[in-house]
Design a binder for this molecule. Sequence first.
Ligand SMILES: [Fe+2]
Ligand SMILES: [Fe+2]
Length: 188
Amino acid sequence: MARSSLRIIREEHQTLGAMLRALGKMIDRGPGDEPERYFDVMRATLFFIDEFPERLHHPKETQLLFPALARLAPQIQDTLIRLDKDHAGSERSIRELQHLLLGWELVGDSRRQAFEKAARYYLDLYLGHMHLEDTEVLPLAEKVLGEADWKVLDAAFATNCDPLNGKYPRDPIYDRLFTRVVMSGASS
Ligand SMILES: [Fe+2]
Ligand SMILES: [Fe+2]
């Protein structure tokens, strides 16, 4: 049976992946004749990414999963260094994106390209990042981590979601935000 922390990490990747893909579709579509709605949803997307994965998902990988794995499977060290570097730069990148978006909204179209370029770079980087975790890091963790490591990881990740229904994230306000963002991407 899959460990609960692994299941939560994979579910969080799916959620963040859906958000990033919705962001990509919204960028492709552009504001059209509904700029107010567009900026509203874009702001909500960046807020969600900053609020949830940045604070709860990445730090737990960096602090708990990666060190355990580096200890037991040194062959993955280089990959973990790269992933850690992504985590370290991600919060700053998402804040920069929020600023660039505000620049476009308030200053006008002269700022549009800078936002779009940075946003596409971020989403490509993060989709690749999660793919690497899903295909290399998690399968290896499943093989080499011991019972004591899983106990710590399962307990840490359990607080990211409601253990009763496994819902991500726990606060219903995030559910509503997530639905709104993903529906906006889907309707484009
Ligand atoms: Fe990560
Ligand atoms: Fe991750």
